[in-house]
Design a protein around this ligand. Structure first.
Ligand code: SF4
Length: 460
């Protein structure tokens, strides 16, 4: 029925719901084939992110750092970056180096573009012009003291559009900017594209690098680089696609840049979580590519609707939910739980986005729910809220696991980060198949908490 925006009433942040921009940049660069994220900052800026990514994906995370110390804070980080680029280029022979700035290099005001030029000039003398030209080295500006990890991701995809994409011949492909979703989600998106017979360029495809097969080292793969990822040639070719769909409007700058520079039409969001959003994603695909939606996809939709009919009114109706996390995933889940007959009572994000407020207003109208909404807030705000406004279920990442336990509220883990359970990065929550998986997860959690041990008798 209505959306009630609850303002933040303190300055300090306690248990933040966001991390800094470079994490999003390192995430995106890892999705590029034979790429090295080179963090221009102090060691902690890469060590912290490597730890966070590894515990979520349970994969090694290879990230280089220019290792700035006190002298760089005074004299600048030129020497570190110029030498760092050369070390990475000579030792690892990558196709792509993304130079990611941090708090320190942004505040010092390092001329990253100039330093890259200098490094390339010196490299030419060491490994030859041809070898240097083969490596794309691009600056990615991620001032960490503003916005969130999602903005860092967005800035990276925009840098790919601005520095790497080049127009040539039309390619009949669709660009997909997945946002910070899991490998399982990207695989589900690719599955839908296959069913529609659409070729795609995923900017950038973390599905294999962050969920890579463990195989004996062969001559086929270099030991350092994981299999998969979007190739530099594909990124170059993204300027020739029939359109770009960014699954999140909160990270759509790359799509808008491709539209402005190369007339590649852009559609931003919504993330295909639940029925309505997935329908819209398919409509966008059809509009941009002209491809029809095949029976096989309509069957998948039918399976989701059938499963919803089985459980929604019996087990889920009227259950209240608190949802927290990144804005697109949070608003997508709020709409989906509304479709399931549940009541999204609180939605909370660490991002300061008025777009998010508008999205939740729409969800409130569609579902008829009264939704308390918090933007630019932290998990402490949710903790305080829940003391007076208990809910039946929480949906979000692992960071609120202790709060869930203390308040005796069951927690459904989704999104990033999930580090106290395994396998969640493989399970899709997008598309009709992802909808079934998410709904089953929600239903089984509700059954275990509110219906055990008698619920099965209701069916006799
Ligand atoms: S907030 Fe700044 S100093 Fe801290 S890890 Fe991020 S980039 Fe580094």
């Amino acid at each position: 029925m209505s959306m009630n925006l609850i303002e933040k009433d303190r300055v300090a942040t306690i248990n933040p719901l966001k991390t800094c921009q470079p994490l999003g940049a390192m995430w995106a660069v890892t999705g590029i084939s034979r790429a090295v994220p080179l963090v221009h900052g102090s060691q902690g800026c890469s060590a912290f992110v490597r730890y966070c990514l590894s515990r979520h994906f349970r994969e090694p995370s290879e990230i280089a750092v220019t290792s700035l110390h006190e002298d760089a804070a005074v004299f600048g980080g030129r020497k570190n970056l110029v030498e760092g680029i050369q070390n990475v280029a000579i030792r690892l022979k990558p196709d792509f180096i993304g130079v990611i700035t941090t708090c320190s290099s942004e505040i010092i005001g390092d001329d990253v573009i100039g330093f890259i030029k200098t490094a390339k000039g010196e490299l030419k003398e060491k490994i030859g012009e041809e070898a240097v030209e083969k490596i794309k080295i691009i600056p990615i500006s991620t001032p960490s003291f503003v916005e969130t990890h999602l903005k860092g991701y967005d800035n990276t995809i925009k840098a790919l559009a601005d520095y790497v994409a080049e127009p040539s011949q039309p390619n009949e492909k669709i660009n997909i900017i997945p946002g910070m979703v899991n490998p399982g989600d990207i695989r589900e998106i690719k599955h839908m594209l296959r069913l529609m017979d659409i070729e795609s360029i995923v900017l950038a495809d973390i599905s294999d690098p962050f969920d890579a097969p463990l195989r004996p080292s062969t001559t086929e793969y270099k030991p350092y680089y994981p299999k998969g990822g979007t190739t530099v040639d594909e990124i170059v070719d993204s300027a020739n696609s029939v359109g770009t769909i960014s699954l999140t409007k909160y990270a759509g700058s790359g799509a808008l840049s491709l539209e402005k520079k190369y007339n590649v039409p852009a559609e931003l969001g919504p993330i295909p979580i639940g029925v309505r959003n997935t329908d819209q994603f398919l409509r966008n695909l059809k509009k941009l590519t002209g491809q029809d939606i095949p029976d096989s996809i309509l069957d998948e939709r039918g399976l989701l609707i059938d499963s919803m009919a089985d459980v929604a009114s019996r087990y889920l109706f009227d259950k209240t939910v608190a949802i927290y996390g990144d804005p697109e995933i949070t608003s997508g889940i709020a709409r989906f739980v509304g479709e399931l007959g549940m009541e999204p009572k609180l939605v909370l994000t660490g991002s300061k986005s008025q777009e998010f407020v508008k999205d939740i207003e729409k969800v409130a109208k569609e579902t008829g729910a009264e939704i308390d909404t918090m933007i630019d807030q932290d998990l402490r705000s949710m903790e305080v809220y829940l003391k007076d406004n208990p809910v039946d279920l929480m949906i979000g990442g692992s960071d609120a696991r202790l709060m869930a336990k203390e308040n005796d509220i069951p927690l459904v883990r989704v999104g990033y980060p999930v580090y106290d359970r395994v396998g969640y990065h493989r399970r899709p929550i997008v598309g009709y198949n992802g909808g079934i998986q998410l709904m089953d997860l929600i239903t089984n959690t509700v059954l275990e908490k509110y219906y055990e041990p008698e619920h099965w008798k209701l069916q006799q």
